[in-house]
Write a protein that binds this ligand. Structure first.
Ligand code: 5RP
Length: 229
C-alpha cells in the first residue's frame, strides 16, 4: 500500500469543489500540480466546463499540456474560485507565499477572487509566520541596494534568491529577496504595509485576508476543511 501524499489529497479535494461554468484561478507549485491533474481529469471525463487563469508561466504550460482551457487575466473581471498553495498559514488564515516565485501574479489573481481555496499539508500550518520560512519580497532590479537597506531597517536579513548561481528572475522580470526575521513576524498586516511602501518593492509574500477556505491534507489521506469566518 502506498503512503498518502498530503499535497495530493488536498489538491484533489480542492479541484472537486470546482463547478461547471466557473472561472478558476490556477495557483502555482507542487501542491497545485495535483489540483491541475484532477481538474484535467474532470474536464476530460465529466465534460467540466471551466476557464482557468494561470498565476505563472509554469502553471500556464502545465495546464495547457493537461488540456485545461485557459483565458488571460484581461478577459476576467472576477474569478469564482482560485486554488493555490502556501508556504505557511497561521490561525488567522494569513499566509506567506512566494516560495515558487509567483507571489505577484498570485496576489493579483487572489485580489479578484470570490473564494480563495488554499491547499496545504499539515506541516504548513503554523502559530507564527516567518519562524520556519523566509518571507519573499519581489522588487525591481534597479532598486536592489535601496530595497535591501530598507528591509534591513525593518529588522530582517534579506538574501537575494539565486537559481543556478544567478539571481532568480521572476515571470515579471524582477528579483526576490528572501527575508529572515529572527523572531518571526509579530504583526503580519503591519509588516506587509511597511514592505509594500518601500520604493522599488513590487510585492510582498504576505497574503493578508486573502484566504477563505483552507484544505489541509493529512498523512493518513484525509483532509480537514477550515472556513474563514
Ligand atoms: C508559489 C507559491 C506556492 O503556492 C508555495 O510556494 C507552495 O508551494 P508548494 O505547493 O510547492 O509547496 O506561493 O509562489
Amino acid at each position: 500500500m502506498t503512503t498518502p501524499n498530503p499535497k495530493e489529497v488536498s489538491g484533489r479535494h480542492a479541484a472537486d469543489l470546482v463547478k461547471s461554468g466557473m472561472t478558476v484561478g490556477l495557483g502555482t507549485g507542487s501542491t497545485v500540480f495535483f489540483a491541475l491533474q484532477r481538474l484535467a481529469e474532470r474536464v476530460r471525463d465529466e465534460a467540466l466546463e471551466i476557464r482557468g487563469v494561470p498565476t505563472s508561466l509554469d502553471t500556464e504550460q502545465k495546464a495547457t499540456e493537461m488540456g485545461i482551457p485557459l483565458i488571460s487575466l484581461d478577459e476576467a473581471t472576477s474569478l469564482d474560485l482560485t486554488i493555490d498553495g502556501a508556504d505557511e498559514v497561521d490561525p488567522d488564515f494569513q499566509m506567506i507565499k512566494g516560495g515558487g516565485g509567483a507571489l505577484l501574479r498570485e496576489k493579483v489573481v487572489a485580489s479578484i477572487t470570490v473564494k480563495q481555496v488554499i491547499i496545504v499539508g499539515r506541516n504548513k500550518v503554523v502559530e507564527r509566520l516567518g519562524l520556519a520560512f523566509l518571507l519573499p519580497v519581489e522588487f525591481v532590479p534597479f532598486a536592489a541596494s535601496t530595497v535591501r537597506r530598507a528591509l534591513q531597517a525593518l529588522g530582517c536579513e534579506p538574501m537575494l534568491r539565486e537559481q543556478d548561481g544567478q539571481p532568480f528572475v521572476t515571470d515579471n522580470g524582477n528579483r526576490i529577496f528572501d527575508c529572515r526575521f529572527p523572531e518571526g513576524i509579530a504583526v503580519p498586516r503591519e509588516l506587509d504595509r511597511s514592505i509594500c511602501c518601500i520604493p522599488g518593492v513590487v510585492e510582498s509574500g504576505l497574503f493578508i485576508d486573502l484566504a477563505h477556505v483552507l484544505v489541509i491534507g493529512e498523512e493518513d489521506g484525509t483532509v480537514e476543511i477550515l472556513q474563514k469566518h
